[in-house]
Design a protein around this ligand. Structure first.
Ligand SMILES: Nc1nc2c(ncn2[C@@H]2O[C@H](COP(=O)(O)OP(=O)(O)OP(=O)(O)O)[C@@H](O)[C@H]2O)c(=O)[nH]1
Ligand SMILES: [Mg+2]
Length: 318
């Protein structure tokens, strides 16, 4: 099957091919770029929602509830869960994690999990490419679930049109969130597990932190919405807040601006990858390995080695 034929199947939302296409962009093989070129003309219609927060905060549970909510509105929902496979993230035990199986059989829902393991860099690129596949397949809502630890997870959440940070009442959570860089990317906060003690004081603490930031009357101020995702309490308020944020973005021309900025970052990354691939030929890799002993002994500096590699690359006519 050629790229055009696969693209046609995706435009028809043939799930088997949607799945296959995501595997293609994930493996980043030779037809990946060709396929994405073909799909691009049908993208731009989906609204992208990023859901991030500490491990075990209830992101999957909330994603589940939101997906059901949008299904009632007859919207197709694509979900990309960026799996936290790192043993260092801690948090919810594997058995305790919500697996979103109950919505997986709905024909209007597509769930895909993307592993972080073995994906050194390039994770955000692959995730965004996968979202383009879903967009082209006609999914009107795309939800990214990422654990709010690590730069690439934050990068993914940031590329969404609306980014939601999920926190829980446990003391210090908002301080942790601040440290992890979650405060800056939130369009609003969800204080989940509000059935637990301490949710009011957590809300107050979070509000205080937010009010300390510079803002003018015209700025969007992130709200804090309490919810109990496991009991479907607060889902409608969250969906309404997403809609309010979407309208705010559109009315102030910010959605277009944000998408332009995302494209700019993405195009630069793709172009830089072309360069990287050309730079690291087997000869430059070999030269690099052979130089290491001289770098260790102090006879050559890392800068000299890098300059030689770069100059050879230029000399080769690049
Ligand atoms: N008490 C209470 N438990 C909840 C609530 N929401 C989710 N949980 C439970 O919290 C646990 C973790 O929920 P998940 O939705 O898997 O959390 P997650 O943030 O997706 O977790 P990771 O993907 O592992 O980071 C599950 O046992 C849920 O049933 C809630 O509002 N209240
Ligand atoms: Mg989860």
């Amino acid at each position: 099957m050629n790229v055009n034929e696969i693209a046609e199947k995706i435009f028809e939302n043939d799930k088997r091919y949607v799945s296959r296409a995501i595997s293609i962009v994930e493996s980043n093989n030779s037809i990946s770029a060709e396929l994405l070129k073909e799909l691009h003309k049908r993208t731009g219609n989906a609204y992208r929602i990023g859901i991030t927060g500490p491990p075990g905060a209830g992101k999957s549970t909330l994603t589940n509830q939101l997906a059901k909510f949008y299904r009632y509105q007859n919207k197709k929902v694509g979900i990309i869960a960026v799996d936290p496979t790192s043993p260092f993230t801690g948090g919810a035990l594997l058995g305790d994690r919500v697996r979103m199986n109950d919505i997986g059989n709905d024909p209007g829902i597509f769930i895909r999990s993307m592993a972080t393991r073995g994906s050194l860099g390039g994770l955000s690129k692959k995730t965004i490419d996968a979202a383009d596949v879903l967009d082209a397949a006609g999914y009107e809502i795309i939800i990214f679930e990422t654990v709010g630890v690590g730069q690439s997870e934050l990068d993914i959440a940031k590329t969404a049109d609306t980014t939601i940070v999920v926190l829980v009442p446990e003391s210090g959570d908002s301080i942790q969130a601040m440290k992890a860089g979650l405060m800056e990317i939130a369009d609003f906060f969800v204080l989940n597990k509000s059935d637990r003690p301490g949710s009011d004081s957590a809300q107050t603490a979070l509000k205080t932190i937010l009010m300390m930031r510079d803002h003018t009357e015209k700025d969007w101020l992130p709200n804090i919405i309490k919810c109990i995702a496991s009991e479907n309490v607060g889902t409608i308020e969250i969906a309404e807040e997403i809609e309010r944020h979407r309208k705010f973005m559109i009315n102030n021309n910010l959605l277009k601006e944000k998408r332009e900025e995302n494209y700019k970052i993405r195009i630069k990354e793709i172009a830089e990858n072309f360069l990287k691939n050309e730079l690291w030929t087997s000869e430059s890799e070999l030269f690099l390995s052979e130089s290491l002993k001289n770098v260790i002994s102090g006879t050559t500096s890392p800068y000299q080695v890098a300059e030689i590699i770069y100059n050879n690359f230029k000399k080769a006519g690049n």
